[in-house]
Design a protein around this ligand. Structure first.
Ligand code: NIG
Ligand code: FE
Length: 430
């Protein structure tokens, strides 16, 4: 039997009529229905629309409603999709955070053996079971903020055994997590060169050993590379991405974070689904992305905040018709938060994205960024019932009322995974 959410003040469907990620002015259309109604059953949306549509639907479908939720004064929207995370890791880099606050840069700390290499040591000495246990605990923090789908990268193992260990952990968390969250695994072996290899040896290992094994066991959907000075050059990135593509992995790219060295050209040549970071993206590369018309720009303003570096040119990307997604980049070095709502606030204040552009960036465009737009990202009949209820009559308030989480209820595939109790505790009774 079905569940009906009725009298929804703002039903934000994020529906998508073009069958493509939303770009330019389309990114401002959230498919808003005032006084909306939503029905779902067995994890799938059956109906989303207004009252007259509901009457027609009930008449022709004779659905029995098991329970009704009154959403007067509430906003209902699709579950958020965090398309760029490194949430599987061990150890802490709180000491590096303090070094940065005292004046050192991320790159200086990395050059002194910190950064990715310090998490590498911690991950290598942690067993798969332990790594799963500590990483899985973090899911709670994603869910509390409304995230119902997560992309997760390897990249702290950096040899065949440990990269496979990380991907196995990501896949196990995907299958076994208690929330039923969808987790999309990405192979990021080319995150840094580990100390025991020369760069040439390590890239050979990635191309001849890791990629074939990972692809054969279907441990990853995507392949990603950190294209950056002192990490992987455009030519090296090209070799790794194109090998991944030959083995059926979908390319993504970390590029233009600290230096603009030509990563966008390589991403476009390999038909990358997304280019991520883009803190120092140049206008020329924006034009190339605009002409390509396919690749999504995934912006991570939490990194700019946490490392105190420049913000990606969101307005220029949108003006040039490049579809924009937003993600946390949750990781121990450059963005230590699982909270996508914080990222939405930064996108508003620091990148001047509108509330509508932001909402599409964490829902439908994010669904395209993990190639799951047929299942998630909008509240349309046939899609998964990944549904959030916020205690605001207007969706704009989610961003206006920054850092004050008013998520009331979250459903994943129709299953209740989060419920915020609104009753005030009577202090005298404690
Ligand atoms: O997305 N830029 C490269 N990788 C991560 C940082 C990883 C780390 O510092 O552990 C990022 O910012
Ligand atoms: Fe990242």
């Amino acid at each position: 039997m079905a569940i009906l959410i009725k009298n929804i003040s703002n039903l934000v469907t994020c529906r998508n009529e073009t069958g493509l990620p939303k770009r330019g002015r389309q990114q401002s259309d959230v498919g808003l229905i005032k006084n909306g109604f939503l029905i779902f059953k067995k994890g799938k949306i059956l109906f989303s629309g207004n009252e007259s549509g509901l009457k027609r639907f009930i008449k022709s479908n004779k659905k029995r409603i098991r329970s009704e939720i009154d959403a007067t004064g509430k906003t209902v929207m699709p579950g958020f999709i965090d398309t760029h995370t490194h949430f599987v890791f061990a150890g802490s880099r709180a000491n590096e955070y303090e070094m940065r606050i005292a004046g050192k840069t991320y790159e200086e700390i990395a050059a002194q053996g910190g950064g990715i290499k310090s998490t590498l040591k911690a991950v290598r000495k942690t067993s798969a079971d332990k790594l799963k246990e500590i990483s899985e605990k973090r899911l709670n923090n994603f869910v509390k903020a409304g995230t119902t789908t997560i992309e997760a990268k390897s990249g702290y193992g950096l040899d065949t055994r440990n990269e496979i260990k990380m991907l196995e952990v990501i896949n196990r968390i995907g299958c076994e997590n208690r929330f039923g969250l969808d987790i999309f695994p990405t192979f990021l072996g080319a995150h840094a060169v580990p100390p025991e290899f020369t760069k040439k040896e390590y890239i050979d290992l990635i191309c001849y050993d890791m990629i074939p094994k990972i692809a054969q066991r279907r441990l990853a959907v995507f392949i990603d590379v950190f294209c950056e000075k002192n990490y992987f050059s455009p030519a090296e990135t090209d070799r790794i991405l194109s090998t991944g593509v030959k083995f059926g992995l979908i390319p993504k790219l970390h590029t233009d974070q600290f230096n603009s060295i030509g990563g966008v050209d390589i991403a476009l040549r390999n038909n990358a689904l997304t280019v991520d970071h883009l803190e120092v993206l140049k206008l020329n590369d924006i034009r190339k992305l605009s002409l390509s018309g396919k690749t999504i720009a995934t912006l991570l303003p939490g990194v700019s905040y946490f490392l105190d570096i420049s913000y990606p040119p969101a307005r220029k990307l949108i003006e040039n018709n490049v579809p924009v997604a937003l993600a946390t980049d949750f990781n121990p070095g450059s963005c230590m938060t699982e909270n996508i709502q914080t990222i939405m606030s930064l996108a508003s204040i620091k990148m001047k994205m509108s509330a509508e552009e932001i909402v599409n960036a964490v829902t439908i465009n994010a669904a395209y960024a993990v190639y799951a737009h047929d299942k998630i990202g909008s509240l349309e009949a046939g899609k998964q019932a990944d549904v959030l209820i916020f205690d605001f009559p207007n969706y704009k308030d989610i961003i206006y009322n920054f850092t004050s989480n008013r998520l009331k209820t979250a459903f994943k595939k129709g299953k209740l995974i989060f419920l915020q109790y609104s009753k005030t505790i009577n202090i005298r009774n404690i």
